[in-house]
Design a binder for this molecule. Structure first.
Ligand code: C2O
Length: 560
């Protein structure tokens, strides 16, 4: 009864608030699909028989309701990457964080409002490595009567960059977990599910955009790859960035985009080249000296009045290790001035978080194939995160169940050392598993310095925070120094993101306001590092009012 009243009150309030807001309904049937991106047929898990899955379009202010029916052989959850989930934490999706997984044969309905964010986000599975094939675009248009803060494009195309394994990805992940070694690298990258002309057996497996000369198009670039940041370029054309992670940016003109897993980049493209065909291409920005899939995926930009039969023009992509190019792009973006949000100036919680790889003991009577006979681990402040297995953290928090997590995640690393010096780092290379989270009072302002370490090796890590955007105040290389680097902070129009690619061998400073009660995962969006424990979570307590209190869970929340 109380629950019904609560829903009634909320529904009424919503309607009174925004007459134009509507409810958008979708059904996701998740099951096996046979596909053939390269030379042989493979069976993968996909939504509604599509790869990528369905594109969801809403207007800002709408309510999205998605019934997920798990017809796959695996446990499943879906995460709505970048959605604020204000008071709807039960719909966020990460397995064992906000819900137990949907077991094969079961359903769960995700229901949430989408407010105060516009642009491109996406959705993906958030359990094991299933997101390799369970993903799609989530596009938030301005609400009725509002328009983009830039020329209305003639047409728009989501371009979802993916990563493909010929092997079953769950097997790849399980094998790595068993041996403690690095997982096998992928076999291809894809654009909208298709690898493109540069791969074997790519016949007709190339995504194509047809444009009319003189018109402006919007490309919504999403990096859904599992383990690789990607450079993106179109031969013969500049791009104007207008949005990232569903926030608006000052227009930024560039010939190359770099996008980390989890991030999105909206660009305008003017079809002003000589009529013809051009390759759209993406390949890794790989900042660590490790084995990676160094192949290139392509799509084609084709002018509709072109009669040329010549091969499409290929862009020259940056070298895989071109950190200066990546950093120039990542650090030059700023929020659109006319839209800019106020940066909170008073900080309640200062956190300094080391981010990087490490090793953990192999385990008694086990043999491991990781470095020094140990197993790879990854950590924040030397705590390597382990998900609970018997109850979700949000359920434990909501019902006061002890023993699922501990709220002792440290604000600083256990040891101060020369973080980006490889020699100093070898002294602190081992870590242990735990489920340590940081508890925050409602509405506190949190500043985090992410500091990459050279333990095993430096690397650019895309750190994603669920449930919030953060202001990116500054980024740099080497060790963060509060005395000198604080003066670099952009407190006027910093870029807003949900995923920050922390510079390789460097640092980034972000700030956010903890105004949403619940449990919010924060992790590296390279799935290989997520599996190794590069995450933690924030537990945000309720505030003093109904509008700052997490409602009870939906009745169909999956049970463990
Ligand atoms: Cu894209 Cu934890 O998510």
């Amino acid at each position: 009864m109380a629950r019904a009243m609560w829903i009634l009150v909320c529904t009424f309030a919503m309607h009174a608030f925004a007459a134009s807001a509507k409810v958008v309904n979708h059904t996701f049937r998740v099951g096996n699909l046979t596909v053939q991106p390269l030379c042989e047929e493979r069976v993968v898990v996909a939504v509604n028989g599509q790869l990528p899955g369905p594109t969801i379009r809403v207007n800002e202010g709408d309510t999205l309701v998605v019934l997920v029916i798990n017809e796959s052989p695996y446990n499943l959850t879906i995460h709505w990457h970048g959605i604020f989930q204000k008071l709807s934490g039960w719909a966020d999706g990460p397995s064992y964080v906000t819900q137990c997984p949907i077991l094969p044969g079961n359903n769960y309905t995700y229901r949430f409002n989408i407010t105060k964010q516009e642009g491109t986000l996406w959705w993906h599975a958030h359990v094991s490595w299933l997101r390799a094939t369970v993903y799609g675009a989530l596009i938030i248009h301005p609400r009725a009567g509002r328009s983009y803060p830039f020329v209305k494009p003639h047409k728009e195309f989501p371009l979802i960059l993916g990563e493909w394994w010929n092997a079953n990805v769950v097997d790849v992940e399980n094998e790595a977990n068993l041996t403690g070694a690095a997982p096998n690298i992928s076999d291809a990258y894809t654009i909208n599910g298709r690898p493109g002309d540069l791969y074997p057996c790519a016949n007709n497996n190339t995504y194509k955009i047809t444009v009319t000369q003189g018109k402006t198009y919007m490309l919504r670039i999403i990096n859904a790859a599992l383990n690789n940041e990607l450079f993106f370029k179109i031969a013969g054309h500049n791009l104007t960035v207008v949005g990232i992670d569903a926030t608006y940016t000052e227009p930024y003109i560039t010939d190359v985009v770099v996008v980390a897993p989890g991030q999105t980049t909206d660009v305008l493209l003017v079809a002003n080249g000589p009529t013809g065909s051009y390759y759209i291409a993406a390949r890794p920005y790989a900042s660590a000296p490790i084995l990676f899939d160094n192949t290139t995926t392509t799509a084609i930009l084709h002018y509709n009045n072109s009669t040329s039969v010549a091969a499409p023009l290929m862009p020259v992509l940056p070298a895989f290790n071109d950190t200066p190019t990546a950093h120039r792009f990542y650090s030059n973006l700023t929020a659109l001035r006319s839209w800019t949000h106020k940066v909170p100036l008073d900080v309640d919680e200062h956190m300094f978080i080391t981010v990087g790889l490490g090793l953990e003991p192999c385990g008694v009577n086990a043999t491991c194939a990781g470095p020094s006979g140990m197993r790879f681990a990854a950590s924040m402040n030397n705590a390597s995160f382990r998900l609970p297995t018997t109850l979700s953290m949000l359920q434990a928090h909501f019902s006061g169940v002890q023993g699922i997590f501990t709220d002792d995640f440290p604000d600083t690393p256990p040891l101060v050392f020369d973080y980006t010096n490889a020699n100093a780092s070898q002294l602190v290379s081992t870590t242990l598993k735990s489920t340590r989270v940081k508890r925050l009072a409602y509405n506190s302002t949190v500043e985090m310095v992410f500091q990459n370490t050279a333990i095993l090796s430096v690397e650019n890590h895309p750190i994603h925070l669920h449930g919030f955007n953060f202001f990116v105040l500054a980024q740099g290389f080497g060790n963060y120094d509060n005395a000198t680097h604080r003066s670099m902070f952009n407190l006027v129009n910093p870029q807003l993101r949900n995923t920050i690619a922390v510079p390789v061998g460097g640092w980034a400073v972000v700030r956010f306001i903890a105004n949403n009660p619940g449990v919010w995962l924060m992790h590296c969006h390279l799935d290989v590092h997520l599996s190794w424990g590069l995450s933690t979570a924030f537990v945000i307590d309720n505030g003093p009012t109904v509008s700052s209190t997490l409602p009870p869970p939906p009745l169909d929340l999956p049970r463990c």
